[in-house]
Design a protein around this ligand. Structure first.
Ligand SMILES: Cc1ncc(COP(=O)(O)O)c(C=O)c1O
Length: 390
């Protein structure tokens, strides 16, 4: 089955729900059993059969099945946000005395969790340079339990050599975890590249409408037990209404992503010709660190990228950003609306050096579903304001 068909049919069996197209929302905590025997054998219940709301409902089972299939993994669990999914996935594989290796270009709150909470459990974190590739082998010690990749990197978009890093990690017995949110389950297939556990902030592309937070963790067969038991024992689950919105959003992911990709590339190329822009950090364009790995390993590019601006004052930049007509200024991404956010990378990384790390030099751009020409006009007017304020 081709991917565009799979995304429509997977995790959906209308005969169970009286013919309705979308699996209905089950709100459940208590689930009743007809007999003692049924109660005793509740762990074996499958399909529509639930045992307790926290263990999942038909609503969550549908989305879990769909994400597992699209990511190419064994099984999936859901939880309340992308960040919760990352933290829980890490917790599943660490114990006191372990060291974990995390890419320096990781999503900021992942770093915060590793720096503030893991040390309380006796787990230390070492950050590695995003372009390290197979040389990561030299950093893997007997106590290294996890190698964490996020490709491309948050804000700076370095595309990692995931197969080389994963091979090195697995050769030395570490679990390889990946934040695969940027590509969504459609544009990067982590389990064919040696990854053990793939995490999605479903909040972004899967939900796709900027109104719901949700996370998923998908594993290969060997890693399933650890993740499932960690999620169960920490009481993690996706809320039924949120899961419903996510499974509905998922059905249109392919066309939304394609459009976001096309518009993102148009904007990135246009920005690359602007005198105000020093560098374009778009994984699908030359000039982005690791572009060659994007070409080799990815099936497409989402519409999230960044540009490095020449140095401007904060006031000049505010003149541009405070008056955008179409681009909203706000965190997260993956919805239908375009976004723009300035970043100052001072102090954000601990290993990687960027020439342009002081001041607001980076603009992260998310290409939504508006007409690209209108978005370009909005940026053009913004640059006029920027230049007028210099
Ligand atoms: C790459 C990446 N991973 C994870 C997350 C966390 O997702 P959530 O906002 O659902 O916690 C984000 C959020 O911006 C993200 O950009």
């Amino acid at each position: 089955m081709k991917e565009d068909t799979k995304i429509v049919v997977t995790g959906r069996d209308t005969k169970f729900y009286g013919g309705v197209v979308n699996p209905p929302v089950y709100h459940a905590s208590t689930v009743l059993f007809d007999s003692m025997e049924e109660l005793e054998n509740r762990q074996q219940r499958t399909g529509l059969k639930m045992s307790y709301g926290l263990r999942g409902t038909p609503t969550t089972f549908c989305l879990e099945q769909a994400i597992a299939e699209l990511e190419g993994g064994y099984r999936t669990v859901l939880c309340s946000s992308g960040l919760a999914a990352i933290c829980m996935a890490l917790m599943a594989f660490v114990k006191c005395g372990d060291n974990i290796l995390i890419v320096d270009s990781v999503y900021g709150p992942t770093r915060k969790f590793c720096d503030t909470w893991l040390p309380r459990y006796g787990v230390s974190t070492t950050y590695y340079e995003p372009m390290i590739g197979a040389d990561i082998a030299d950093m893997i010690r007997p106590e290294t339990s996890v190698v964490f990749v996020e490709s491309p990197g948050s804000i700076t978009f370095e595309v990692q050599d995931v197969p080389a890093i994963a091979a090195a990690g697995r050769a030395k017995g570490a679990k390889v975890l990946m934040d695969n949110t940027w590509a969504s389950p459609l544009y990067f297939k982590p389990f064919t590249k040696g990854v053990d556990v793939s995490i999605q902030a479903a909040t972004k592309f899967i939900v796709g409408h900027s109104d719901v937070l949700l996370g998923s963790v998908t594993t290969n067969k060997e890693s399933w037990k650890a993740v499932k038991s960690c999620f169960s024992e920490y009481g993690q689950q996706g809320a039924p209404d949120d899961v419903y919105f996510a499974q509905r959003g998922l059905r249109t992911l392919s066309i939304r992503l394609k459009r976001s990709q096309e518009t993102g590339l148009k904007l990135a190329r246009w920005l690359g010709d602007r005198p105000e822009v020093e560098q374009v950090l778009h994984p699908a364009l030359p000039g982005c660190p690791g572009h060659e790995f994007w070409k080799r390993d990815f099936l497409g590019a989402s519409g999230l990228f960044a540009v490095v601006l020449k140095p401007y004052t904060r006031t000049a930049l505010a003149s541009m950003l405070d008056h955008m007509q179409l681009f909203g200024m706000g965190f997260s991404w993956g919805g239908y609306e375009s976004l723009i956010v300035p970043y100052d990378l001072s102090g954000v990384r601990t290993v990687t050096h960027y020439e342009w790390s002081g001041g607001y030099r980076v603009l992260r751009i998310y290409a939504g579903l508006e007409d690209p020409e209108d978005l370009i006009s909005d940026l053009e007017a913004g640059f006029e304001r920027l230049n007028a304020a210099c």
